[in-house]
Design a protein around this ligand. Structure first.
Ligand code: ATP
Ligand code: MG
Length: 511
């Protein structure tokens, strides 16, 4: 199961065989790149980077929304022996500046729209030049590298040790950390996912989640391109555009995060869209409730919404619901990938008894090399026996399916009981009067209590008491919502995660 190959060879090894088949399609303009073109482009871009002085072990920052050029730049950089540090396209100049300094990137590849942020951010960094994927006066276009007459660089990549990609963790719980993923890590993770996420050659995948996040990079980009499918690229999430592209481009498979499942299950715009080509929807990145998953599947005429689980530090996958599972339990995040070990560990450091909850520990070839420049953080995350402590709480049922309860750090401690906010959010979303919701623990009379932030459905009549009563009828008394606030929108990261820390900061500012 270990794929000891440079990532570009793991993904593009069959590109010439796939030849004229479309590898990438721009979902907005319809522009296409074939497999043969993608392969050739990545080789010319590698030559161009080498000509610019990029050497084995250097770092190139890629700060761009999803475009059809993105994969060519990525594989061009790895072919030149570089590490690609993928940057969140929503970052501002100071966030980008931090990542550029931390990663020691020598080049920054971006799009013209992002130049104001990019130019401000390179101040005081090792970046020597900014290149653009489109065109902008005074900046070298990446496309110019395609004309390079230099020979393709000969680089001797060591897949087990060379860092192919340096994504930064989402920063949901703290500072974003540079996660060193080797060629072996990410190449192997594709092959581990393949049996459960069996993308066919004739499939059309919608790339709606960002390539800069490891979920998008591995599952929306590397995996389908290795298997000869067509990736239809969208730069950002807009529900109406997403639905139109699903319909018109005859998309067969969508990889999404919970906010999109929520929209697909509840939004009126979904009615009247022809989704008959759509066969599989996979959801990962944050907790998704089983009832919501079922409601979405039912509305789309699918047998299930298939969940998957992972984290940046795990390249990212460890579990997925097999796409051919007959009747997968709706709340489960999946079954363990091959050549991966899992333990569920209690606070005492011992494995918990069967069917009880514990912290998820993972060991396998997809475990990161470490956090860049943070040996203490690395040691706190990967123990001496090679187990990565995920910080997530889970349990396994008798069929072998994993359920993720919530993050250990997010659990609300109410009078000695532990309340998972994700469970309360799921209950809230079953209320037709509620469009979206988030829950955090807040201090009240020396206690931590669950507080709900609720976005009401347009036109819905809903009071704070209604919200508390609705939840109280459905959960154990100790889990009851004890405070409610109505808000316009739940703050979420680009990867689809609820940013509970922003809500906590809002609370703290008020005290
Ligand atoms: P940071 O580590 O910087 O705080 P982050 O943990 O949000 O950010 P990611 O690596 O993008 O960064 O996210 C991994 C986390 O996402 C997991 O640890 C888990 O908490 C959550 N997650 C991923 N998939 C699922 C899933 N299917 N169900 C529930 N939670 C999930
Ligand atoms: Mg994390």
């Amino acid at each position: 199961e270990i794929l000891d190959l440079p990532i570009h060879d793991a993904v593009l090894g069959r590109a010439q065989e796939y030849g004229d088949r479309p590898a990438l399609v721009d979902g907005v303009t319809g522009q296409e790149i074939t497999y043969a073109q993608l392969d050739g482009m990545s080789r010319r871009i590698a030559a161009g980077f080498a000509e610019m002085g990029i050497k084995h072990g250097d770092t190139i920052a890629l700060y761009s929304p999803n475009t059809i050029i993105y994969p060519a730049v990525f594989y061009g950089a790895t072919r030149a022996g570089a590490t690609v540090t993928t940057v969140n396209a929503l970052y501002n100049a100071s966030e980008l500046n931090k990542q550029l300094i931390d990663s020691k990137a020598r080049l920054l590849v971006t799009i013209s729209l992002f130049l104001p942020v990019a130019t401000a951010a390179i101040e005081g960094t090792a970046v020597e030049e900014i290149l653009v994927c489109d065109t902008a006066e005074g900046y070298r276009p990446v496309m110019e590298l395609l004309a390079s007459t230099a020979p393709e660089p000969v680089v001797n990549i060591d897949p087990a040790n060379d860092v192919a990609v340096l994504p930064y963790s989402s920063g949901t719980t703290g500072a974003a950390k540079g996660v060193m993923l080797t060629h072996r890590n990410i190449a192997t993770n594709i092959s581990q996912a393949e049996p459960t996420i069996a993308v066919g050659e004739n499939e059309r995948i919608i790339a709606i989640l960002p390539f800069f996040h490891i979920y998008g990079l591995t599952v929306l980009m590397n995996l389908p391109l290795r298997l000869g499918a067509t990736v239809v690229v969208l730069p950002k999430f807009d529900l109406q555009q997403f639905l139109t592209v699903l319909d018109q481009q005859k998309i067969t498979r969508a990889f999404v995060a919970p906010p999109i499942v929520l929209a697909l299950a509840k939004h009126p715009a979904v009615d009247g869209v022809d989704l008959s080509a759509l066969k599989y929807v996979t959801c990962a990145a944050a907790p998704l409730d089983g009832d919501l998953a079922e409601a979405c599947a039912k509305r789309l005429g699918l047998h299930a919404v298939l969940q998957a689980y992972g984290m940046t530090e795990l390249s990212p996958g460890t579990h997925a619901v097999p796409q051919d599972a007959i009747d997968p339990p709706a709340g489960a995040v999946g079954k363990l990938f091959p050549s991966t070990e899992m333990r569920l560990v209690g606070a005492d450091g011992e494995d918990v008894p069967e069917s009880e909850t514990g912290e998820i520990w993972i060991r396998g070839p997809q475990v990161m090399k470490g956090y860049l420049g943070r040996p203490a953080d690395t040691d706190a995350t990967i123990d001496p026996d090679g187990w990565l402590h995920t910080g997530d709480i889970g349990r396994v049922d008798d069929l072998g399916y994993l359920y993720v309860v919530d993050r250990l750090k997010e659990l609300i401690k109410y009078h000695g009981y532990q309340v998972p906010p994700a469970e309360l959010e799921a209950v809230l979303l079953t209320d037709d009067r509620i469009a979206d919701a988030a829950v955090i623990g807040v201090q009240a009379d020396g206690n931590e209590v669950p507080k709900a932030f609720v976005v009401p459905m347009p036109g819905a009549e809903l009071t704070e008491d209604d919200v508390m009563a609705y939840v109280a009828e459905r959960v154990a008394p100790y889990k009851k919502i004890r405070q409610v606030e109505f808000i316009d929108a739940v703050p979420k990261a680009a990867s689809g995660k609820i940013l509970r820390r922003e809500l906590r900061a809002r609370e703290a500012a008020r005290e």
